[in-house]
Design a protein around this ligand. Sequence first.
Ligand code: ATP
Length: 399
Amino acid sequence: MTNDHDYFTLENKIFQNKDLLQVSHLPDSDRIIGREEELTNLANAIQPAITGNTPNNVLVYGKTGTGKSLCSKFITNQAISRAAGNDVQVGVAYVDCLQESTETQAVQSIGHQLNDQNDTDISIPHAGLSTSEYYRRLWQIIDARFDAALVILDEVDKIESDDILMQLSRAVESGKLSSSTIGTIGISNKVRYKESLDERIKSSLCEREYVFPPYDATQIREILHSRSDAFEDDVLEDGVIPRVAALSAREHGDARKAIDILRFAGEIAEENGLEAVTGSCVEQAHEREETNRLAELISKSPSHAKLVLEAMALLAQQPDRNNDVVQTTEVFDLYKRLCDRDESSHLKLRRVRDILSELEFLSIIEQERKWAGKGKGNYMENQLVDDPEVILAACEKSN
Ligand SMILES: Nc1ncnc2c1ncn2[C@@H]1O[C@H](COP(=O)(O)OP(=O)(O)OP(=O)(O)O)[C@@H](O)[C@H]1O
């Protein structure tokens, strides 16, 4: 007997092309909204590369989701094709410095992306070479294959050693490259990043600097509208896009957050077998986005940060509290009990204080120093930015 029941339901009434809502999706130029000036500036800075000359090194700043990575990838791709029209070979490498945070990993990744072993006969093994050997091979590859290479260093502030910035920005003048040239585009969310750099690196890495401002609600709406063909016709209820735009513009205009909320809203409609994406899907999607974002932040924080947050959330949930402000010593006491529960040894109070200030830096909590009265000194009040339930769900998810 044959079992011809079809277990796959291919019918998908909500999404038509969900890929348009993935963060990795690179839209065409006509779908890049409100970044005309930024794209023009970037193009001017790297313009020399398309004739095989040395481009300016650029540093791009701006808050998350303001299109820094998108515009940098887009403009460097355009540089490749414009240069090809002049018979000039431009190569582009993209490094996510959060993932590839050591100097060796980053150089290796650049080498890997720019290489074609059939062409160069040079190999870039995953391990086993010294950092200087990886550099040597990288320079050889660039000289063999390109007139100019452009290297995008995303989240450049996460790189563990500034030496790579020095090597890349000085490769031409120090004679490492003999026939080619190289330019870098560093991207950072930290406005103070430049201040932390060595003077010599600063002057070569930051020949041009651009700040990407946050989007306003109208621009976010346009960004979402331009991707609404991710959905089947007529499944988005009228108020959905304005509501998502309003939610994302409330903190700062973060296009990544807006696109994530819209995608989650569609998934929630799909999971519930709805025929349309409704306002209530958006509310649930907003919560899911917050949980995911926090879970990601928490998973990147030191492991005890999660226990400290869990302690704060449990304290804030206590029924006899009239507000959710908690003192550091209370957090510390409950944190120690959670460590006992998990059979792990606890950190000292001083380290827990450090963790709390790191969490404040990440905008997961707010802190305020209070004066306890004469002879008693100061104490710190801590408060979660999000609801305790969202924090607990995020802690659970980041496991
Ligand atoms: N102007 C825009 N038009 C269309 N889509 C955009 C625009 N700006 C950003 N996006 C989309 O929003 C998402 C986030 O953008 P992007 O990754 O470029 O931001 P970012 O500033 O680099 O943020 P982060 O610092 O978090 O990496 C991407 O999916 C991107 O395609």
